[in-house]
Each structure stands twice: as structure tokens, then as C-alpha cells.
Design a protein around this ligand. Sequence first.
Ligand code: F6R
Length: 608
Amino acid sequence: MCGIVGIVSNKPVADRIADALKRLEYRGYDSAGIATFHDGKMDRRRAPGKLTNLKECMSKEPLGGNIGIGHTRWATHGAPTKENAHPHMTNRVAVVHNGIIENFRELKVELAADGYVPVSETDTEMVALLVTREMDKGVAPFDAAASVIKRLDGAFALAMIFNGEENLIIGARQGAPLAVGHGDGEMILGSDAIALAPFTNKVTYLEEGDWVALTKSDMRVFDRQGSPVTRSISTANTGAELVSKGNHRHFMSKEIYEQPDTISHTLSHYVNFSEQRIQLPQALPFDFSKLTKLTIASCGGSYYAAMIAKYWFEKYARLPVEVDIASEFRYREPPMEEGGLALFVSQSGETADTLAALRYCASQGQHIASIVNVAESTIARESDIVFPTLCGPEICVASTKATTAQQTVLATLAIAAGKQRGVLSDQDEAELVDALAKLPGAISKALASEPKIASLNKALSKAKDVFYLGRGALYPVALEGALKFKEITYIHAEGYAAGELKHGPIALIDESVPVVVVAPSDALLEKTLSNMHEVAARGGKIILITDEKGAKQAGGDISEIILMPEAHPLVQPIIATVPVQLLAYHTAVFMGTDVDQPRNLAKSVTVE
Ligand code: F6R
């Protein structure tokens, strides 16, 4: 994840920005840069590679100034070169950015028509050019930034400084975290409280959609609509910030909210957005086009991520997939054709059954691949190739950000397989990559349904049983929703394939049973809606998770609708995972259970 730092002060900032960036190194990066405004002009230093390279540039050509912004970049659009490193700068503004600007292609065309042409391959430069165009018309920096922020789609955090302005930093948060530090005669902007730690422990965490204007002495925060809002100042325990809850009540909530950022960071490892193609981090030790079958084994939520992937691999790569629960797989001792591919999905990389399934497959002459979040884990070490999820440590026992990162990696692998097997054309790949580019922004929009979801907590807490229904790739999301719900609320919940309910379990439905139907508008919507009406006719209380189109089609009989953004079918299951996480979370919080450490459960299941 990219790191952002900005300081507006009455003392020099460049070296202190570099030190703060150092504290953000844990997020991972491949280039870095700093811009300041000094002696009536803006200047910047940038360098690919580690911060020592940047520091070396700065020692040869120091940067003066009491206002500046800095950035550690994890490349999304364009290679990790000096030209693509942030800050992106014009004669008017310097910008650093974390995340993905989804509509950068449209913006690029629009800007080019007005003669504003980028020099880098980045999406970030569009922000600099948009602000420049406004300022060229005579618009003041504050107003220029305000109007440009409104035009940006996606999940991102931003910081800007302006030529001629030594007392203004603008920051914006939409899907990627950003915090403000209240220093002594200075204000600091940072990706998290760790960056702010050397300066102050008085921190304001910006909320989704907030943007902020900082001067040396004050902070003005505005919401998405541009109305001024008040955000409180808290005291950060920065020593332990890496494993702290920030401004969240539970790790689970923090981790749910990190998802736009963790997904965009994970995607940047697998996707070349500039060329609109999948670019896996390493050469594959196998050839997807030679495979006759893919075997996937995992446990719990990781198993449901793998189940979603089965739909993707079969649809986009026409590759047959066998997916099984690792504890079943290992004792089935299934026959396996030599040279096949076996894939293991695990957050911890230590799950005993998954590891045993891996070892069985290795003994059967399979290529061993794994998707893990803990890079040093046993599963990672025993794999021929590892596809990391890059979402940082996950503390809450119930997995959230690791689950969606696993789904994201699996989606990129399915597209890579489809390409290698000649099923997907370049154009198909570009369309799917575009859907992935929009994913962090869509997750951010899905998070906006939180107040609605929270309002359902009381009714859900009274239920004895809750059903979750879905079809196609949304069926595993129903399973995931039921798993999350039961593990943290201790209320019985069951996920079912919508079409299967009438083969028995519909007998359980009456007025006391909430039924969560996960059904965005896709090819199967009509079918799921018919199943939903069958349930409603028997008194079941329907909570429908859908998009605007789906809501229009759904008709009556529905108690509650939770709206998600409309999206490409590829990414619908990943987006739909967010509201089911929030449903479980808010019901558990209402009931007062131990959300982060539910009874009887362990984060890493190293026993059978
Ligand atoms: C559910 C959950 C578990 C894990 C499962 C596998 O919220 O967290 O079901 O998904 O124990 O763990 P890993 O992914 O570490 O192999």
C-alpha cells in the first residue's frame, strides 16, 4: 500500500517527511518522492527503489521549505520508475496518491482535448492536470481541489500542495485511510498514525468521503458533499499502532474498512492497469493451457473463496475445477493425474488440514501453488509458487480483508488462465481488468451501506436461525455470510444454494426466520428472485442484498433492501462479501459478544 505524508509547518519539512515515510515502509513500496514549496517555487526529488535512494538525491540536492508532501509508491499504473514516482507536479500543484482513480482514462481524453497531456503513465497525474486546468482559469487552489476531488471515482487517498501557497495542504480520503496529526505549530497528514508518531499523538482519523484543508494552525474537514463537518481528535497509542484498532471499536471493523486499500494493494501486484492486462508477479512453473483440471483445497472462509474461484475458472478459463474442504480431501486420497496443479488457499498458511492436503498433492506429483497472507508460513515454504495476498496482519479471528484479498488474487489467476488457454481475447482481458480496477471503489461504495445494515441488528439478534441464499458465484458468498454470522453472533445460520432450498430446508421457514438473499443483477437474478418469493410466501423475512437494477426487478415481499453498487459479474461476489461481513459484525456488536475473539475459535488452526 502506498504511503502518504504531508507537513505544513513553520520549520523545514523535507527530512522529517523522509523520516515519516520510513515509518510507512512496512506497507511495501517500490519508489519514493517528496515535493516542497520554497522560495516562491515548488520542487521535488524522486527515486525508484528504497528510501535510501531518495535520501541520497536529497543530500546532493536538498529540498528547502516549510510545506511539503511525500510518498512511497507501490506501482499500479506504470512501472516503478522515477518518471512514474510521486509527487506528480505541474507549475501549479504537486499531488501524491494512494489507490486507483477508476475514471482516469475518460479524464485523460478530456484533458488531452484541452491540451493537458500527462508525462507519466500514472492515473495520479490526471489529478494534477485537472487541478492545473482549474487554476489556469483563475480558480483558487482550495476551490480547484474541491471541484477536482468531486470528479474522481475509485478508492484513494490524496494529498496536494500548491505553487504560491505556503500554508495549505489539501488531503482527501475515499476508500484508503488518511489521518491528521495536530502538532505544535504544524499540521501533519499521514496514511496512518504510525507516520504521525514522531510529531504528535493527537490524531484525527478522517472518515470515508472526507477531505481536509490543513494550515499550520488549523484543520477544516468537509464531507463528500462539501459541507463542513466536525471530526474529533483522539490520542493515538502509536507505539503499538501496527496492531491497534485506530478509531475503530474492533479489529473486525478496522479490517472491514481496510478492504478498498488492501484490495487495491493486492491488485497492484497482479495487474498492469496501464496496459489493461494481468501481470503475475512471477513466471509460472506450469502451463495453464496444458492442464486438464485444477484442484483446490482449503478450510472455512478460504474454502468459500476457492468455491467462488471454481465458477471463475470454469467460466473464464474453461478449466474444470475440483474444490474440496481440506479435512475431507486429505483422507479421500483422490487419484490425481501426474503434473496437475493443486492450489491451496490459506490466510495463516499454517492450517493443519490444508497443509496435509498440500503434502498429499506433492506426493502425487502435482505442481503446488498457494495463496497465503503470511509469507513465512509453512504452506508458503512448501509451495512451488506462492501468490501472496497483501493485506497486512489480520488480527480479528473472523477473516474479512484476507478473504476478499484471496478472492481478488483468485480472480486474477482465473483471468491469467483464461488468457493462457486461449479462452479470453486481449479485449476480454481488458474488460475484466477494468472490472478489477473498479473493485476498490465499489467496495468503498458497498461500505456506505453500513448505517442501513446496522439498523437491522436488533431484529437479527432475536432470530434463532438465519438463512443465506445465493446462486452461482454468489452461493459461496451466502455460505461465507452464514459462517461469519454464526461464528461471531453464536446464532445458527445456514448458507444455501437458492435453488436447493425447496428440496427440504424450506420446511424450516416461518415468520421468525430472517432470510438474507444475495442477488445482484446478473444472469441468474430472475431465478434467485423466484426462490426468494417462495420463501417470502412462507412468511420468511427477506433481507435482499442487491443493486439498483436488482431492487427494481425484485418487486414486493421484501422486508429490507441493502444496496450495493452495480458491477461486472466477475467482481460481484467480492463486493457482496462486504455487506454480509457488516451484517454479522453489527449483530454481534449489538449482542455484546467478543467480536474479535469469538468463543471456541483460534485464528490459526494448527490441529486437525
Ligand atoms: C472464518 C475464518 C476461518 C478460516 C479458516 C481457514 O471467518 O476465519 O473459517 O477461514 O480457519 O484459515 P486459513 O485461511 O488461515 O487457512
